[in-house]
Design a protein around this ligand. Structure first.
Ligand SMILES: [Zn+2]
Length: 392
């Protein structure tokens, strides 16, 4: 090989190495700012970066944390590396973890739903990573707390349908009238309990609509029922229905409830940080373990899927007096079951399309049996929760 050729090769090799380093240096993204937006039940974190980054996200417990590693990234000159409590975040620490990555540790106030999305630079001046945090178990925690503490357990009773919407039609009964009758009986019985109180979402043959409008769409009416339950300070929403089916031989009661993670809209990309494993999905937080149960609030409790738990207790009691179609709560994404901030069950008391079921259901004595079973179920849930929370 002539000397001149060798020199040229060395030059090419050097040029390649140099450009590799130059590339790396160029692609290092700078974390310029971390912004936090807080609304009622949600906290949004926005990371402003100069360039796109590789990242990894994972969660830890004790204390509950979300960790984000940013690769080939640098800390911005004016970046605040310690952020105090804001919204659902107890605090944030950002530091260089090793030569390759920056680590951001977000300590959260409880186990949350989270999602992360990246928003590319153009047309924005920065590349953004957006982390949305959302309360996941508010409804479960509230139900567990108020079923054991000194505060009364408040039950919102939702008689299905109403007004222009008759619901299922039997040969003698119409669902909207029948479920109103049963709901009124349930309210009366709950109000007789010292530890509970109830209110009705509708008290007459009306179709619940937002802002007391006389008419609205089905979907609006369903979310209005949840709104009324929340406004009334309910810890539990019980929606009462009677079913109909093309196969007239189908009969028996069914209870529907959703686990908390299924209350989140499908395709919303939210994930739960982790699932603690406890019996009946309820326990006192270690920091609250010396508190008397009569004084606990929802923030003293870790709880999830309590809609399902209370559903099991109600079904167990109903089974004693009422024909049951399914022995355990069924999960179905009915709109009234989908709020994460209120525990809820929907009871199909039986099938109006079945002659024997209809005959059973229009008998006032049997309506009493149903509401008595529901109240026994609520009390049995309270007793069981008290026992679980009392354990060390
Ligand atoms: Zn119905």
């Amino acid at each position: 090989m002539p000397l001149s050729m060798k020199k040229q090769n060395t030059f090419i090799l050097f040029a390649v190495i140099f450009s590799f380093f130059a590339n790396v240096a160029e692609s290092n993204s700078i974390l310029k700012d971390v912004r936090i937006n807080q609304s009622d039940n949600e906290t949004r974190l926005v990371l402003d970066l100069t360039e796109k980054v590789k990242y990894k996200l994972f969660t830890l417990n004790r204390p509950d944390r979300i960790v984000i590693d940013l690769y080939q990234a640098d800390l911005g000159k004016d970046l605040k590396t310690n952020i105090n409590k804001t919204g659902l975040i107890n605090g944030i620490r950002i530091a260089r973890n090793n030569s390759r990555r920056i680590r951001m540790v977000i300590e959260t106030s409880e186990i949350l739903f989270y999602r992360l999305s990246a928003i590319p630079k153009n047309p924005n001046p920065n590349h953004r990573l957006v982390i949305d945090l959302k309360k996941a178990f508010e409804g479960s925690k509230k139900l567990a707390a108020s079923s054991v503490n000194r505060k009364k357990l408040v039950v919102a009773i939702d008689p299905g349908h109403g007004g222009k919407d008759p619901g299922a039609q039997g040969s003698q009964a119409i669902e909207k009238d029948l479920v109103l009758k049963i709901s009124k009986k349930l309210k009366k019985l709950i109000d007789q309990e010292k530890t509970m109180s109830a209110f009705l979402i509708r008290e007459n043959d009306s179709f619940p609509c937002p802002d007391n409008r006389s008419n609205c769409r089905q979907q609006e009416s369903l979310s209005e029922r949840i709104t009324r339950a929340k406004k009334g300070g309910a810890d539990l929403l019980v929606s009462i229905h009677a079913d109909a089916f093309s196969d007239r031989s189908v009969r028996g009661a069914t209870l529907y409830a959703l686990s908390d993670s299924r209350k989140i809209r499908r395709g919303s990309e939210y994930k739960v940080m982790y699932r603690p494993k406890t019996k009946n999905n309820v326990k006192l937080k270690s920091t609250s373990s010396r508190k008397s149960l009569s004084r606990v609030t929802s923030s003293d409790i870790d709880a999830q899927d309590q809609s399902i738990e209370i559903g099991k207790h109600i079904l167990k009691e109903m089974k004693k007096d009422v024909r049951i179609r399914k022995k355990t709560p069924r999960e179905a994404e009915f709109a009234v079951l989908k709020s994460t901030s209120i525990a809820s069950v929907l009871i199909e008391t039986s099938y109006l399309s079945n002659k024997d079921d209809e005959k059973f259901l229009i008998n006032p004595r049997n309506q009493d049996k149903i509401v008595e079973a529901i109240v026994r179920g609520l009390k049995s849930y309270s007793a069981s929760t008290r026992k679980d929370l009392g354990k060390k």
